[in-house]
Design a protein around this ligand. Structure first.
Ligand code: FES
Length: 102
């Protein structure tokens, strides 16, 4: 596991999602009322960027066909077809930086 800076606390404010690219992999980092979570940014349905979707009560809704994933676990919450869960990543905060472990 490698710990990488995802951004500044001031850039990932509550209710916000950002996309970071690490070694060619796009990962979304979200702030849910001060708790950070991270998961793959690419929707497992057809590859939409989930950070361009909606975040509500810790649930990410894909902007293309509305698949819903739990941001903390990456688990699929709602979709009519069976699609893969997202890979989720551990987050931590040090000073004013948000880190993810990949
Ligand atoms: S691409 Fe996300 S639900 Fe279809």
């Amino acid at each position: 596991m490698v710990k990488i800076i995802a951004g500044k606390i001031s850039d990932i404010t509550p209710g916000k999602m950002v996309k970071v690219s690490i070694d060619g992999r796009d990962i979304l980092v979200a702030n849910i009322d001060g708790v950070y979570c991270a998961a793959d940014d690419s929707c497992t349905h057809s590859g939409a960027s989930l950070s361009e979707g909606k975040l509500e009560n810790g649930i990410i809704t894909c902007g293309w066909h509305a698949a819903q994933f739990d941001c903390k676990t990456g688990k699929l919450v709602k979709f009519p077809a069976k699609i893969r869960d997202l890979t989720s990543y551990k987050t931590s905060v040090e000073s004013d930086d948000v880190f993810i472990e990949v």
